[in-house]
Design a protein around this ligand. Structure first.
Ligand code: GDP
Ligand code: MG
Length: 604
């Protein structure tokens, strides 16, 4: 057995630059999937992914390719990576499972910030990068300019860059040949114990957790007992196999190979992305040896780079109808089986009733979870405004207390020796140079700290800011948490009809409190429908009302029609109206629509 004819690679591309189309093409031209069986965009299997055109979960595929150069058959393992910045940890692990990467850039667009971030991840993992200009069939394609840009920004030699069209098939063979020629084969086995890197796992209701991994050393086969180094869980393997891309069982998987295994694993937490798989027997033997020599070392060294995916934003999820609480709980526990990065715990609020406080990697992750809950589990939900995690520090030195605040309403009132710390991210925006001014305006508006402006080419710039507001819309840029810094922050509360509405609380900078308060009440006034009675809305800091507005009651003449008629007709009318309406949550006597819960997000 030798790995000289194995190539493990992934595709790095900005969303919409053609990664999925190219992957499909590679499978098709190698006859891995017969054309008639080919579902469009095979690798993105989740409906939601297809609709949104993003790749959420990693998948892998093994294709056989006969090289035109030497006539030999090569095993090419394509490991797909998710394209959004929310999932950058998963990207880094799937890249760590490869020796090379195709860098696919839309020849009519150019390189984007997220792509660049992933290229850096690939370079950190010592991957061979093969640049590909895609969509050269488009009239707007400008391969020379984009190739220049790639050379300038990454320093890759682009003199022989592949010109391709995943759509029409141009350049596909050239890409395959380049993979064979330039991506190095996996290093040979060292003879050490079995170690494999998990780059994905998913829950299958019939077979339990299926783990996708790259073998780094040794071998694994059916019947083995495995141990996950980080979670310390041990399980029996009932099947090992490869992805073609459907799962096909094989005898064993050896160093350099990519495959899956399943067994008695019931919880994705046992087998998280980035963890190292070992054999229980080898682990025990190594541990016994170490015990003899009284060494403190780890029996088998974990593969580098494991880290727990930590939620960056939190939001409350409540069923519109309290009867759906149990279904929501069940649905979350099921989603959790497939998504180790999703966290949730019960949250009860006087205003909202029973629901859950959920942690997400980012806003896209939050949206995906919400949509899956609503579509796949048929739930009507209210999601409160996402907020970052704040830290409150009290006292100094030994006596220092740190409180983690994952919901604005839980922020304590400010005391004298209390510091409120907020997370800062480093944001890099790549933009055509003509928009530099606009981007920098935006950066200043968001109280960003300007760090750097670079012209990558005369037409394209990179602008770097450090900012604290990371729940502002969808970043089409790359961001990275850098640290917590003290901020002059206050909790802004909302009262509707004189009753507290904690889910609408937000945390704002003291300087911005007035403006935000005024905007918030103004938009709530627009968003909350009229009631039978006048509804005052107030924004308060502590006991001080800093802004207020009121919603005037429904006009009598609208109701008058109902009063005359018989009661059942009126009821029907109201029911009909209610059905056609958007989701609402009764807070006190007032129905508050979903949009109002997001009103606090519109800041300055
Ligand atoms: P991904 O987000 O990177 O996976 O991109 P997709 O593969 O989903 O492609 C995004 C869009 O670009 C789709 O509408 C594709 O049909 C289109 N597309 C992909 N490759 C090409 C190409 O080579 N030429 C043209 N004209 N369109 C392409
Ligand atoms: Mg895609």
């Amino acid at each position: 057995y030798s790995t000289t004819r194995v190539r493990n690679f992934s595709i790095i591309a900005h969303i919409d630059h053609g990664k999925s189309t190219l992957a499909d093409r590679l499978l098709e031209t190698t006859d891995t999937v017969a054309k008639r069986d080919m579902e469009a965009q095979l690798l993105d299997s989740m409906d939601l992914e297809r609709e949104r055109g993003i790749t959420i979960k990693l998948q892998a595929a093994r294709v056989l390719y006969r090289s035109q150069e030497d006539g030999e058959v090569y095993i090419l393992n394509l490991i797909d990576t998710p394209g959004h910045v929310d999932f950058s940890y998963e990207v880094s692990r799937s890249l760590a499972a490869c020796e090379g990467a195709l860098l696919v850039v839309d020849a009519s667009q150019g390189i984007e910030a997220q792509t660049l971030a992933n290229v850096y991840l690939a370079l950190e993992n010592n991957l061979e990068i093969i640049p590909v200009l895609n969509k050269i069939d488009l009239p707007a394609a400008d391969p020379e300019r984009v190739a220049d840009e790639i050379e300038e920004t990454i320093g890759l030699d682009c003199s022989n860059i592949v010109h391709a069209s995943a759509k029409t098939g141009i350049g596909i063979n050239e890409i395959m040949e380049s993979i064979v020629k330039y991506v190095p084969p996996p290093p040979p086995a060292t003879g050490g114990p079995f170690r494999a890197l998990i780059f994905d796992s998913l829950f299958d209701p019939y077979r339990g957790v299926i783990v996708f991994f790259r073998v780094v050393d040794g071998a694994v086969k059916k019947g083995d007992k495995i141990r996950f180094l980080n979670s310390k869980a041990e399980h029996d393997v009932t099947e090992v196999g490869i992805m073609q891309p459907q799962q096909v069982p094989v005898e064993a998987l050896r160093a350099g190979e990519v495959g899956y295994l399943c067994g008695s694993i019931k919880d994705v937490l046992d087998a998280r992305v980035g963890d190292t798989i070992t054999l229980s027997s080898e682990y025990k033997a190594a541990a016994a040896k170490l015990k003899e020599s009284k060494s403190e070392e780890e029996p088998i060294k974990p593969l580098p780079g494991y880290s727990e995916a930590t939620p960056m934003v939190f939001a409350g999820i409540f069923p519109v109808d309290a009867d759906q609480y149990e279904s929501l709980r069940l649905a979350l526990s099921k989603l959790r089986l497939n998504d180790a990065a999703l966290s949730y715990e019960p949250e009860t609020s006087g205003a909202m009733g029973f629901g859950f406080r959920c942690g997400f990697l980012g806003l896209l992750h939050m949206d995906v979870v919400r949509e899956r809950l609503e579509r796949e589990y048929d739930l009507d939900l209210i999601v409160t405004a996402p907020a970052v995690v704040y830290r409150v520090e009290q006292g100094e030195g030994e006596k220092k207390k740190v409180i983690v605040v994952d919901a604005p309403s839980k922020m304590p009132d400010k005391l004298r020796d209390m510091k409120i710390m907020e997370p800062y991210v480093r944001v890099e925006v790549l933009t055509p140079s003509e928009y530099n001014g606009k981007v920098m305006e935006l950066g200043t508006e968001r109280r960003g700290i300007f760090k750097d402006l670079k012209y990558m080419t005369p037409q394209r710039s990179s602008i770097v800011y450090e900012v604290s507001d990371i729940t502002q819309g969808y970043a089409s840029m790359e961001y990275q948490l850098i640290e917590y810094r003290e901020g002059d922050l206050v909790r802004l509360d909302v009262k509707i009809n004189y009753e507290d509405a904690p889910p609408l609380s937000t945390i704002v900078h003291v300087d911005a409190a007035q403006t935000v308060g005024r905007r918030l009440v103004a938009s709530l006034k627009e968003l909350i429908p009229r009631q039978m009675f006048k509804v005052p809305i107030q924004a308060c800091i502590g006991v001080n009302v800093i802004a207020s507005a009121s919603i005037s009651p429904m006009r009598k003449d609208v109701l008058a029609k109902c009063y005359g008629g018989d009661l059942s007709r009126k009821k029907k009318l109201l029911q009909k109206q209610a059905k056609g309406k958007k989701r609402m949550k009764a807070m006190g006597k007032v129905s508050v629509p979903q949009e109002a819960f997001m009103a606090g997000l519109q800041r300055i």
